[in-house]
Design a protein around this ligand. Sequence first.
Ligand SMILES: CC1(C)C(=O)N([C@H]2C=Cc3c(O)cccc32)c2nc(Nc3ccccc3)ncc21
Length: 355
Amino acid sequence: SSSSSSSTSSTSHNEVPRQQQVQFPVSKLIRVGYYELEKTIGNGNFAVVKMATHVVTKSKVAIKIIDKTKLNEENLAKIFREVHIMKRLRHPHIIRLYQVMETEKMIYLVTEYAPGGEIFDHLVKNGRMAEPEARRVFHQIVQAVHYLHRQKVVHRDLKAENLLLDADNNIKLADFGFSNEYTPGVPLNTWCGSPPYAAPEIFEGRQYDGPRADVWSLGVVLYVLVCGVLPFDGPTMQSLRSVVISGKFRIPFFMSGECEKLIRHMLVVEPERRLSILQILAHHWMSGDGYSSEPELVVERGSPEMSVQVSPQLNQLVIESMLTLPDLDVDTLLQAVQGNAFNHVSAIYNLLVDQ
Ligand SMILES: CC1(C)C(=O)N([C@H]2C=Cc3c(O)cccc32)c2nc(Nc3ccccc3)ncc21
């Protein structure tokens, strides 16, 4: 029931007291670690992803909650590989892993939250992108994949559904479930990714060069951004397979000549003849109409910025953490200060630094 508030000092006597809003009791807060769980943003077969807020920093994060008891050996190994890879990545256009919490039955991956959702949904809602917008977005995607390949990681599941957007409509590459480390020159052979984005050599079940297969998927992504539809599609896997292997796709009237050239040099059936990432970045369409590609800040692995600098702000924070979160043990603090930890204190530090 609503209670009428007896008005306070500011109201003169003849004013009718304000009807106070009906106050609902605060819903029962579910806390995991130092995070309060909020709405569900994704449901996978073994995982649910929820938005959450850090109780100290008030930062918004996403938490991927995985029930280990529902996973077989293979999927469990995939999760640990995903975590192992994400721990090594630090790039403005790749979702950042902040913290890993594990109990007997559950794993909680605390990551950066991308409020803009999937670029796929953005295309469904707004239709195909104008080329200048597609150029800005695709440039960020190529930079993220270029960074991955420099870290000797292939994504293997690049698709519009895994390209998330942050609050400023910048790209945040997500979902490293299929990604893997690779050794240049050593071919891979695991069938991966989403069929409409998969390279011909993968459909043929042949061994394939990881980075070149990612480049094919990037070609499909660029086509989707500019056209709003898939270049290769079909009612059955068999018909899709044959159209991909044929390498035949249609260029709509509205696509610029430069964009067509770039796409035709990425969607090449022969992996060896496909453009490399560097050639894509150097392509005329990528610079476009005076598109100034300012170099993005990239924290390379092993660089001094990568290891946590014990800064005054961290010291201050450690003290505050001790005060507000009494049940922190000392080695959590020590690990965080040494850097490359993914625990409560390093999460607080990195969430504040990124804020
Ligand atoms: C933890 C992580 C990286 C993740 O696993 N997901 C899931 C959840 C939904 C989903 C998807 O729809 C596509 C890819 C990844 C995901 C995330 N989703 C978001 N934002 C979002 C916001 C509105 C709609 C969709 C995604 N931020 C971070 C993540």
